[in-house]
Design a binder for this molecule. Structure first.
Ligand code: SF4
Length: 425
């Protein structure tokens, strides 16, 4: 680690963060990064000189243990410790990601109305301007090289890069699997199939495309361009998201090829972070259709794999209300197979999503509890159930009730159960 002071800037290179993702109740950075402290803020940069985190240093900043993160898509996410009402029981994490775009958030607190948070984002432009005026000759060469990289990344260039990722993979990723919380949503996206099977009426994130596998050539092209895109920062990633909404429905050979090629091409074995993970979505049909041989192949991949399946409900009336074109019987059969897969494989975890809303039929929660009781007679740590709050303007009053209602449900479920906050790439 090397630190220099120049003007009012303290620049520290080669910071080493943690090498394993873990759930902690204090700010923890992962992998390697560089940092600039100004009197007002701490700015942290990835190894391409792109701004990634900002923390305020003044007394106006909401909390010294909270921070802003810039995502691959150029969104700002504020990490809130949740005040006295710690978020772990609800979300399985010690921090709640507060998003700067509409989602199904249940927070009453909106950090993006806080002047100190907005000023922190604006402060980057001033820092960038100051860096462009620094006399390069006064800087040690390592610091000079870092400053050169940051100079290439004014706010407008960062916005261009965020748009570039959509060009490379050929679509925007409107939702990440909830399991990506285990790696703080830090995934390399690779789309192996477009669209989804059901086009459910209630869904706010669906793609306009029908389901179709991408070609191997398309996957290879994405990998090649993504390698350029991630560049020097590639070793700060150890996880892959195979999109889009139902990668499990794609040809198993394509899935295996894509995961293996990406693992090699991105050098995930040499990542600064241990324990590579693979994330994808499945569906009722893809779970029921896939033979166990497909899961044997996934188990053999060099990843721990999380597959998230949108079941929504095992109650026919609720499924009709949601305009989801599957039957309660199919959901029950899919859940039985999910439980069997979770028991059979060490390195695969299949998690399930159910909706959670204020005016769903009574049979909905009863159906979830019936499934849980049928398959588990004691606590089981694997096979998390996620409950996705149906939050819209018509039910804004229900937001205050969600946590209380959720805790009442959670204590009756013998597997981990958490709320699902929809987050995009
Ligand atoms: S819930 Fe899943 S399957 Fe239904 S429309 Fe949305 S993405 Fe498609």
């Amino acid at each position: 680690m090397e630190t220099i002071q120049i003007e009012n800037l303290q620049i520290t290179l080669e910071n080493q963060g943690a090498t394993t993702y873990s759930k902690v109740s204090y700010p923890l950075r992962y992998g390697r990064f560089n940092e600039i402290k100004t009197p007002g803020h701490t700015f942290q940069f990835n190894l391409n000189g792109e701004l990634k985190f900002i923390t305020g240093r003044g007394k106006e900043w909401p909390s010294p243990s909270e921070w802003l993160k810039r995502t691959l898509s150029g969104d700002w996410v504020y990490y809130s410790a949740g005040g006295y009402d710690g978020p772990y029981d609800c979300f399985g994490e010690y921090y709640i990601p507060c998003l700067s775009y509409p989602s199904n958030s249940i927070n009453s607190f909106d950090p993006f109305r806080d002047r100190a948070v907005l000023s922190a984002i604006e402060a980057y432009a001033s820092l960038h301007e100051q860096l462009t005026k620094l006399d390069r000759a006064l800087l040690p060469s390592s610091v000079g090289s870092f400053v050169d990289l940051v100079r290439l990344n004014p706010p407008v260039a960062l916005a261009r890069k965020a748009a570039r990722i959509v060009e490379i993979i050929g679509d925007s990723v409107s939702v990440l699997p909830p399991d990506t919380r285990h790696v703080d949503y830090e995934v390399i996206p690779l789309l192996i199939a477009d669209g989804c099977l059901y086009k459910c009426g209630f869904c706010t994130v669906k793609s306009r495309l029908g389901f179709k596998d991408r070609s191997r050539e398309n996957v290879e092209n994405q990998i090649r361009e993504l390698k350029d895109f991630f560049g020097n920062d590639t070793p700060n990633y150890n996880s892959l998201f195979l999109g889009q909404h139902d990668a499990l429905h794609s040809d198993p050979g394509l899935l295996e090829f894509s995961a293996t090629r990406a693992f090699e091409a991105f050098g995930l074995k040499e990542s600064y972070l241990q324990h590579p993970s693979l994330f994808l979505f499945g569906s009722v049909d893809s779970i029921l259709k896939a033979p166990f041989e497909t899961f044997d192949r996934i188990e053999a991949l060099p990843f721990r794999t999380y597959i998230n399946v949108g079941l929504e409900s095992a109650d026919g009336e609720t499924l009709r209300r949601l305009k989801k074109a599957i039957t309660a019987e199919a959901v029950e059969a899919a859940f039985a197979k999910i439980v069997a897969i979770n028991r059979r494989y060490q390195r695969i975890e299949i998690t399930s999503n159910f909706v959670f809303g204020p005016d769903l039929p009574d049979g909905h929660i009863e159906s979830v509890l019936r499934l849980a009781r049928k398959h588990f007679d004691r606590h089981c740590p694997k096979g998390t159930l996620y409950f996705s709050p149906l939050v819209d303007a018509a039910h804004s009053g229900w937001k205050k009730e969600i946590k209380r209602q959720f805790y009442k449900l959670k204590i009756q479920i013998p597997v981990p159960a958490f709320l699902y906050l929809i987050q995009r790439l």
